[in-house]
Design a protein around this ligand. Sequence first.
Ligand SMILES: *Cc1c(COP(=O)(O)O)cnc(C)c1O
Length: 217
Amino acid sequence: MEEKEFGEFRRLLQSAAVTLVAVSKKMEEKDIMRVYGYGQRDFGENYVQELVAKRKDLPADIRWHFIGHLQRNKVKEIVGFVHLIHGIDSERLLKEVDKQAAKADRVVDVLLQVHIAREETKFGFDEKEIGEILPLLNLYRNVRVKGLMGMATFTDDESKVAAEFAGLHSLFAACKKHEEAEEWNTLSMGMSADYKIAISKGSTMMRIGTLIFGARQ
Ligand SMILES: *Cc1c(COP(=O)(O)O)cnc(C)c1O
């Protein structure tokens, strides 16, 4: 996107109270700096090595989101600086983030990933498991669970995507009753192909790559 188009896109999301995370995986540092120049500060990466390298070179005021599948043995490499980890998909991973965050003397913000795409095997908790883990969250003093993240089925069937996002939103709203309301405030759903549907279903944060940067190699 050129600056003007990007500005319009961001205003659209702002008017829906949605935070934009620009997904810069596989993009070069100069591409990131172009979008940084438009005023964007939230960027999302999927790979630990790539994130660590980019973070070293790029401005310190970037808020780095980790949006990929995080392996437990890599947690310590990002825990000292990461702004939000979107893909907590097991209690073992949550426990490891808590442990490493304590060592780094930080409280790290995270989201629980929910498996909403029915026919595909994707990482994440199901609805029942979310219900089971919520009462245990206060055991983990060095993580702050801010909400949920989910990815819809990759399909042209918009009604299917809409139903999955609506389901995730109602789970998010149901959990809010149990959690501290001001901490439980983030629902990360929506990508380039389905962001309009995600807005209509109550997303508060989107992870957008292709639409901003163009197709990845
Ligand atoms: C790559 C990726 C995105 C961005 O996808 P686009 O279709 O390029 O917008 C969002 N979320 C996750 C988890 C991703 O891996």
